[in-house]
Each structure stands twice: as structure tokens, then as C-alpha cells.
Design a protein around this ligand. Structure first.
Ligand code: FES
Length: 119
């Protein structure tokens, strides 16, 4: 069971199924597209986080390919760092939009309403 699990008896329609918990590898991001929004999903220490996949630095679609340093995801393009829980840039300024994650048994759901850019 994940630590930040928001286990729902009924997933509301705003949540979209993306994968099972077993599909996510510890510390390795995966990219998904929901409602035309690209998201990067990470499982870190049994918690699951969903962030926008587009880096605000040069708009690369690479956050999912970033590596994890403690609670930070490091953009592989130029090394900007973002908190996986808040999306905030470690050095301040605009960061990444984060999205609510929910679980139903072993299934992972993410709530994405609309495309929001933070750059
Ligand atoms: S594009 Fe992400 S740090 Fe430059």
C-alpha cells in the first residue's frame, strides 16, 4: 500500500485510470497523456506523484525521464530540480503543476482537468 494513498471506494469521473502500481518502478518515471495533458508519474518510497511533464525552462517534454534526488526530480536536459510533492522549483520561481493521485486496489488514477502551463 502506498503512503499517500487516497484509496477510494468509488473513483469519481474526474479521475482517469493510468496503470497499476506494479507498472511503476521505484524512482523511474512514466509518461502518460490525459485530456491532452502530458504528465510524468513517479513512485518514490511507495508514494506516487503526478506532475506536468513539460519543463518550464525550455519546454522539453522530459520530466518523466528525470532522475530522483531525495524528494526532487531533476530535469535531464539542464538539471533544474522540482519537488515531486509540490512541483515547486528548488531554486524558487515557477514550477510544475501537480495532479491528485488516487488508488482503487492496485489501480492508479490521476485527476487532470485542463492544460495549465506554469512558465
Ligand atoms: S529544459 Fe528542463 S532544465 Fe532545461
Amino acid at each position: 500500500m502506498t503512503k499517500n494513498s487516497n484509496h477510494l471506494n468509488n473513483i469519481d469521473d474526474d479521475f482517469t485510470f493510468i496503470c497499476t502500481l506494479d507498472d511503476l518502478e521505484e524512482g523511474i518515471g512514466k509518461r502518460f497523456i490525459i485530456n491532452d495533458v502530458e504528465i510524468a508519474v513517479f513512485k518514490i518510497k511507495s508514494e506516487v506523484f503526478a506532475l506536468n511533464n513539460i519543463c518550464p525552462h525550455q519546454q522539453t517534454h522530459l520530466i518523466y525521464d528525470g532522475f530522483i534526488e531525495n524528494d526532487l526530480v531533476v530535469c535531464p536536459a539542464h538539471g533544474w530540480k522540482f519537488n515531486v510533492k509540490t512541483g515547486k522549483k528548488s531554486s524558487g520561481g515557477n514550477g510544475l503543476t501537480t495532479y491528485p493521485v488516487a488508488f482503487l486496489k492496485n489501480k492508479v488514477y490521476v485527476k487532470v482537468h485542463q492544460k495549465i502551463f506554469n512558465w
